[in-house]
Design a protein around this ligand. Structure first.
Ligand SMILES: Cc1ncc(COP(=O)(O)O)c(C=O)c1O
Length: 500
């Protein structure tokens, strides 16, 4: 009720916003405000610059007890709704970054509010179990209802974890165990192996490797960091492994104008993958698995064709390496399919697929042959959190009930079409507009301009995220509609028109 009242009070705010804050309102889009989600606000409302005085004061406080220089501003999550993030100074912003791509159905979705208020769920929210040893009675049922109901084709097994890095880290371990078991001929480990693993030596600790791609981001734990190559700041000062790193295609845009060049670029990268597998086998650092993001996200929203990924999958199979698809950022529906790799049309599924972010819990799916052969080999205290399984079960219900995958495709088209239009009008400021679903991005001419875009947009009521060295990435919620896209495009069109 309160949210409906809120919606009514805020009716026509987009038009008011245009009049008040967007002089001349140089529209690229004629779409009027449309209120179809009663928990959403109608438009941005800015009271101070961001960060405002209250945020700045809190930043000072936090910085006294930890390095808080990454904080953009402090938020009021009780007031945030739908696609709108409200900060502690009362500024309400259209959020196209959505907690680094991790908010599936908007802030304070009524279905989730209801879920946490139900008395039968209280126990799940307040008693966090050690799931590997003391799971609750509804654990298998909840997994089936939630995560397994969206399991990628061919992957029947599931392990839950608490974050993306921890999911990939354990997926790597699963792959190494699988590979060793295969090499050993599925027999028990020898005494020598058991002894040497205790002192980090061969043969107990084999010199296996995971092949990754330049520009990839798979997390910040030590194993994951060895496969992360997006920015030096993540890696500096941390010891790492000598694991193979292949080039990731650098596609030229518009794609239809550079078909041949892009095919050659992808072929070059695939050839390098095979060469590295052979080279590392000779070096006795056998490649047990290949890890890849369907779209390199933190590294700059780098895309490759479906054909590239099908061929990469073939190479993994040919050389006996596991194929791990990291869907931590691309998963959960934002590309218009539940998992981005479903766009590829693989005839043989991935072996392992990790997820987190929009899925509310981390974890990974895998084929049955990747099951560890003993308990505690893949283990930690919590192994995820059943309260998150309750939430993701409801999120999946909402996605299905509201057909949000179709919405993503539709709204993504509105967003990308608008970006391409802006690119045609401001080619010196915008290039390489690209995307799948709402997972869109474009490049600014350089990092300074990109950062200015983000700051200007924020002060006009839009939260954007950057990635790579000069890209802006769009990571809205799944309840981002066409009218949100038009609202953003109008605001950004004005920023470009006045850009200095
Ligand atoms: C593709 C990908 N993998 C892994 C991670 C790491 O996830 P987390 O930050 O939850 O550890 C991220 C985080 O952004 C990611 O984008």
């Amino acid at each position: 009720m309160a949210s409906m009242l809120l919606s009514r009070q805020l009716t026509c705010a987009i038009q008011q916003y245009c009049r008040l804050f967007v002089p001349g309102c140089r529209s690229v889009s004629q779409a009027a405000a449309k209120i179809d989600v009663d928990f959403d606000y109608d438009g941005p409302l800015m009271k101070t610059e961001v960060p405002g005085p209250r945020s700045r004061e809190l930043m000072k406080q936090l910085n006294g007890i930890q390095n808080a220089e990454s904080v953009h501003f402090f938020c009021n999550y009780n007031e945030s709704r739908g696609n709108y993030l409200v900060d502690v100074d009362g500024n309400r912003m259209l959020d196209l970054y959505s907690q680094i791509s991790s908010l599936p159905i908007g802030y304070s979705h009524p279905a989730l509010v209801k879920l946490v208020q139900q008395p039968q769920n209280v126990g799940t929210f307040i008693n966090r179990p050690a799931l590997g040893v003391f799971p609750p009675d509804n654990f298998p049922e909840k997994l089936k209802e939630s995560l397994l109901s969206v399991a990628p084709k061919g992957l029947s097994q599931i392990v839950t974890m608490s974050c993306g890095s921890c999911s990939n880290e354990n997926a790597f371990k699963t792959i190494f165990m699988w590979y060793r078991n295969k090499e050993r001929g599925h027999t028990a480990a020898t005494k020598e192996e058991l002894d040497t693993c205790m002192i980090n030596q061969y043969p107990g600790c084999p010199d296996y490797s995971i092949l990754s791609f330049m520009g990839a981001f798979h997390g910040r734990t030590m194993g994951c960091l060895a496969t992360t190559h997006s920015k030096a700041i993540h890696k500096l000062d941390i010891p790492s492994f000598d694991w193979p790193i292949a080039p990731f295609p650098r596609l030229k845009y518009p794609l239809e104008e550079f078909v041949k060049e892009n095919q050659q670029e992808e072929a070059r990268c695939l050839e390098e993958v095979e060469d590295l597998i052979v080279k590392y086998r000779k070096k006795k650092k056998t490649v047990a698995g290949i890890v890849v993001e369907p779209i390199q996200s933190e590294g700059g929203d780098n895309h490759a064709s479906d054909d590239f990924f099908r061929k990469l999958r073939d190479i993994a199979r040919k050389h006996g390496c596991a194929f791990l698809v990291d869907e931590v950022q691309t998963g959960g529906g934002c590309t218009g399919k539940f998992w981005a790799h479903e766009h590829w049309g693989l005839d043989d599924p991935a072996d392992v697929m990790s997820f987190s972010k929009k899925m509310m819990t981390g974890g990974y799916f895998h084929k049955e042959e990747f099951r560890p052969n003993a308990p505690y080999r893949i283990f930690n205290t919590w192994l995820g959190d059943p309260s998150k399984n309750l939430l993701i079960a409801e999120v999946i219900n909402v996605i299905k009930r509201e057909d949000l995958l179709s919405n993503v495709t539709h709204a993504g088209k509105a967003l990308l079409t608008g970006l391409l239009d802006l690119q045609a009008r401001y080619p010196h400021l915008i290039s390489r507009a690209r995307g799948r679903g709402t997972f869109c991005s474009f490049d600014a001419p350089d990092e300074t301009t990109r950062n200015k875009f983000i700051l200007k947009a924020r002060n006009k009521g839009v939260v954007l995220g950057g990635c790579g060295d000069r890209s802006i990435r769009f990571r809205p919620t799944l309840v981002f509609r066409d009218h949100h896209a038009h609202l953003f495009l109008n605001i950004f069109s004005d920023i470009l028109a006045d850009f200095k």
